[in-house]
Design a protein around this ligand. Sequence first.
Ligand SMILES: Nc1ncnc2c1ncn2[C@@H]1O[C@H](COP(=O)(O)OP(=O)(O)OP(=O)(O)O)[C@@H](O)[C@H]1O
Ligand SMILES: [Mg+2]
Length: 351
Amino acid sequence: MTRVEDVFDTLRQVRYPGLEKDIVSLGYVTGVGRVGERLVVSLEIGTSDAQAAETIEREARRRLDEAGYGYELQVTRPQPAKAESAPERQVQFEDLLPEVTYKIAVASGKGGVGKSTVAVNLALALAELGAEVGLLDADVYGPSMPTMLGIGDQKLGMSGEKVVPPRVHGIRVMSLGFLTQGITPIIWRGPLAGRAIEQLMTDVDWSGVEYLVFDLPPGTGDVQISLSQKGNLSGAVVVTTPQDVALIDAIKGVGMFQKVDVPVLGIVENMTHFECPHCHERSEIFPQGKLKAEMERLGVPVLGDIPIDPQVATAGDAGKPILLAAPDTAAARAFRQLAVRITEVLKDPRT
Ligand SMILES: Nc1ncnc2c1ncn2[C@@H]1O[C@H](COP(=O)(O)OP(=O)(O)OP(=O)(O)O)[C@@H](O)[C@H]1O
Ligand SMILES: [Mg+2]
């Protein structure tokens, strides 16, 4: 079976036209993984020079063909209009929240896999362990926390210049959904979304918070970029579901964080199995094992799996997450185990 390293070696032979630099060291190779029998390679050719991008793609295909892989190549390129009008942005890394010990982003490449569910239950489970926990709803396009925690428009208090995040079920929560009188989704243009995230960090009183959990929108947009550059994240937790299509997105999600030097703490696989509430027998929903094998190759641990349980969805809709609504269920237990695992990984990344 092809090793990821071999594929990278093959792609290292592809150089940027006219330069010594190869596309791996330029960070254009954003994901290599195996889905079933197929090898999936994703390239993000981040140059505004269309001709150079075409040459790179052609050369990459030629090398992969020569190496004899049965592969699928996914190529993304910057939009020409954007690349022409915007001058190269200087990347600057900052930490807008130095007082918060651990900042954890819950992310996914694909929408609807359970990020918000994982984020809220993880935050509550960390609080159960005795920590001071904040939950920042970074999904500025469609905030979920007002529904998931059963709190709509809020009269927010101020502490000096800063907004005091409401305390719900023992955690501090801030969401733009508290301010928009139920008007969602909000349409943000790119830079505004990034700015909104910055304000949620700097203009909200997170002092004394030990773990701040960020619930991200899906994909790899402006929110993810802002957070990676300004949030000094301790790490990202990438949520996926066990279908092949989601695995491809999970590989991309991992690649995105690795590219910007945010450590990927690990993967959470959601809705993997069903545990009978009566006899506790476990039934797998999809064939198992692919994710773990794939993540091992990428050097990313699988932190846990969460069973599918209709109560998870009803609890989320009713504003009382499963951890509190049905604390003895297999799903609630899985979220507690996940929280413990994450504290271990944060304290010692080698565990
Ligand atoms: N383990 C589970 N068992 C049953 N239902 C679940 C489970 N996890 C999530 N769900 C349900 O799946 C739906 C999507 O979950 P959620 O909103 O957490 O996903 P998301 O990744 O945050 O979505 P988005 O990308 O839109 O932000 C919700 O209705 C949620 O209640
Ligand atoms: Mg969500």
